[in-house]
Design a protein around this ligand. Sequence first.
Ligand code: UDP
Length: 483
Amino acid sequence: MENQQHMVLLSSPGLGHLIPVIELGKRFVFHHNLKITIIAFTSHTSHAEKLVLKTATSGGFIDIVEIPPPDISSVIDPDAAIVTRLCVMMREGVPAIRDALSNLAGTATVRPSALIVDIFGTEALGVAEELKMRKYVFVASHAWFLSLLIYAPTLDKQVQGQYVDQKEPFQIPGCTPLRPEDVVDPMLDRNDKQYQEYLGFCNGIPKGDGVLVNTWETLQQKDLESLRNRNLLGGILKAPVYAVGPLVRLPDSEMSQGIEWLTHWLDGQPEESVIYVSFGSGGTMSCEQMTELAWGLELSGQRFIWVLRAPIDAADAAFFTTGSDGRDEGGSKLSKYLPEGFSSRTYNVGVLVSEWGPQVDILTHPSVGGFLSHCGWNSALESITNGVPMIAWPLYAEQRMNATLFVEELGVAVRPRVLPTKKVVDRDEIASVVREIMVVEEDCNKVKKKNPIREGVKAIRRSAVEALSKGGALAQVVATGEE
Ligand code: UDP
């Protein structure tokens, strides 16, 4: 097609990275008529990943060039943190990215004119320069997190000792201060290799010609203003910041295949009566915590759907393997980890799904009224844009920041208390927070009382719908390619 722009999007490994990149690609195709190719590091072992890729390419609107993740076993320790592994994979993958891009530049009917990388792909920006393409960074999270990334190299110079040992919150110009206990994973230990990797990509972000962030103006006005103000963070990040969100998946018939039994069960439940429990693509928990969660759900007396994974002490153990086991309806393989008799006592009240659930179908169903979530940004947006309040249960990455944002700033979530001595949330606390968001109290005349969290999430949903109707900032990104 004449004058059609072709953009290439680069996704780092992990479904929590691939899913928002695909959504960004779809928005470019369907709202701006661009040609989109996604270069993705894919595992080929995950049933869930195959499904996500299949839905992205069905209809033939998006091309995906799959690259196997490079073998990094001789480069780093196999137990290295996820951030280290991601950064090293993306660095070692640069030659393959260069080959894929050069190939596209030589053969595609429309020559690609821009490359958009996620935060782990900033080292590939140099390849875009070599090929005379515009270059952007896509932050598949929120503007407060982007502010921290931009300010991290300054904090590195200002703060002495470990961040988690500081007594005062960290001041980020023009933004909400960040409490030491809310820092992102790579800041937990400055002596770990992931901290240097983190500073590396933080320094890489301002090298783009622009930064796209999955938020919207009315949700995070303050942070966006700071990022654009030359006297605040805009003094470090000179490139324009485009608030392109909310980018969220919609239910897709391909993704829903094989889950008719679940939809049928949900159809039979009262409106907003089911709490959905899931910890994203990588989240895992200890055996002790899993037992408490099972008891808490049971004690709450509420209906639930729980995406179960085998217990393990690390919080992000499923990151590279998620969805590899295929579907196990009713979670029967994993029920051995649950308290004795749990499945029979919660029969008909609760549904267990193993490894990977059809999250978007669940959150869009009218019977779902709450989400116990690890607070991954994609999950949270899927919840908020469907008017579903959350219980914030952060595990890793930037999720502690997200939880603070949802609970304290946006008022769309409650956060359970963790027992400091045991580092678990106990069953009574879980039952109490589940009831807090699920049970609608009635006054003496049997009129339902308003639940402030439910009201809050519905107001934010309206602002998301409004942002979507305005089309967001993608049109500006497209326009820069037309100049
Ligand atoms: N997801 C899903 N089913 C699951 C778990 C996750 O469909 O059982 C999807 C979820 O809808 C979201 C993404 O995987 O789009 C997870 O991204 P998020 O940012 O929430 O968390 P991450 O996995 O990156 O920690």
